[in-house]
Design a protein around this ligand. Structure first.
Ligand SMILES: [Fe+2]
Length: 154
């Protein structure tokens, strides 16, 4: 019996944006979040080595998310995506949450409060962001009006 029961996170085609590179990176993110959850749900107190392994998973997730967000931001810039700024602010918000999670994990060890934070602020937030916000980038950049010149290009 797991101590925390963080709900699983699995890929589903509901998350497809139909941009090949973005989808490939999202699949990797979902897989890595799933690995974190599986480790965090272990039914015993973590040993020092296990805490380090989980921290490594979280650090990998953080590095991957930063690279992924900058990939999406490049696509948004290249296609003159109209909501670039608010999307970028959302990315910064998420990175801050993930850094806070990592720091609290290091300071406090894992606990029920952090299990809730991981589920709500790290997993659910990203899944909803993919479903509702990232799909808009992909459809905009592939819609044929993606390269409509903005006034600064005229
Ligand atoms: Fe995004």
């Amino acid at each position: 019996m797991a101590r925390w029961n963080i709900p699983e996170c699995q890929w589903s085609d509901e998350l497809l944006t139909h941009n090949e590179s973005i989808d490939a990176q999202h699949r990797e993110l979902v897989k890595r979040m799933g690995q974190c959850i599986a480790s965090l749900n272990a039914p015993h107190e973590f040993s020092f080595e296990e805490e380090l392994e989980i921290l490594d998973l979280v650090v990998f997730l953080l590095d991957y998310v930063i690279a992924h967000f900058s990939h999406e931001e490049r696509i948004m810039i290249e296609s003159d995506f109209p909501d670039f700024l608010s999307h970028r602010i959302a990315h910064s918000y998420y990175i801050t949450r993930l850094v806070e999670f990592k720091n609290r994990f290091k300071q406090e060890g894992f606990n029920e409060g952090l299990a809730e934070v991981f589920h709500r602020e790290i997993v659910e937030w990203l899944v909803n962001h993919i479903k509702y916000d990232d799909r808009r980038i992909a459809s905009w950049s592939q819609s044929g009006v993606a390269h409509k010149p903005s006034p600064r290009h005229l």
